[in-house]
Design a protein around this ligand. Structure first.
Ligand SMILES: [Ca+2]
Ligand SMILES: [Ca+2]
Length: 201
């Protein structure tokens, strides 16, 4: 080791920093090389998706890290909320479990479905915010992970009325970093100076 020359040390340092620099560049400039296309069956889910008033919602409803697709019927006649659970290879596993009273609430005019993990269990849930009038609550269908849902319907106080004001857009996000999705009301007509938040507790 005593034979290592100053020049070799400099060369080694140069090569190492160059290689590390090149690796950093590769990480920053990472790209894709196209798409792998799949096209697998979804059974009854295909027909359900064609029903009038059905809204597709995305989220990880079973906390496996893969985004799934749910169908919420905002017209009438359904008592369930089907889910196509992504299997990761382009195939899907279909469930179709009851959502109780939530099904009827979803059909009320002016109701907007909002997705998020409102209870921090890692599974995406679905909330219903009524932007017309008459409600004092914001129902939530909590995903249980196996395609079933647990329904709650808690008061949101003044927030319910504010949601019905013209020009109000509901936005979801974790605004206090507690792991639970919150709901914000941003008014895009003039007249408000505030931005209300509903934090799940
Ligand atoms: Ca999933
Ligand atoms: Ca959840």
């Amino acid at each position: 080791m005593s034979q290592i020359s100053y020049g070799k040390v400099v060369l080694s340092f140069f090569l190492n920093t160059t290689i590390i620099g090149a690796m950093a560049n590769v990480a920053v400039a990472q790209n894709i090389n196209g798409f792998n296309i799949t096209n697998y069956g979804i059974g009854d889910f295909a027909g359900w998706a064609t029903v009038g008033g059905v809204i597709p919602l995305t989220g990880d409803f079973n906390k496996d890290g893969r985004t799934d697709v749910a169908l919420l019927n905002q017209s009438s006649g359904w008592t369930t909320m089907p889910v196509a659970f992504a299997q990761g290879n382009g195939t899907w596993q279909i469930t179709n479990y009851s959502i109780g009273d939530f099904a009827g609430w979803a059909t009320v005019g002016g109701v907007s479905p909002l997705t998020g993990d409102f209870n921090k269990d890692g599974r995406t849930d679905v909330a219903l915010l009524n932007q017309s009038s008459g409600w004092t609550t914001m129902p939530v269908a909590f995903a249980q992970g196996n395609g079933t849902w647990q329904i709650t319907n808690y008061s949101i106080g003044d927030f319910a009325g504010w949601a019905t004001v013209d020009g109000v857009s509901p936005l979801t996000g974790d605004f206090n970093k507690d792991g639970r999705t919150d709901v914000v009301l941003l008014r895009q007509n003039s007249g408000w100076t505030t931005m209300p938040v509903a934090f799940p507790k």
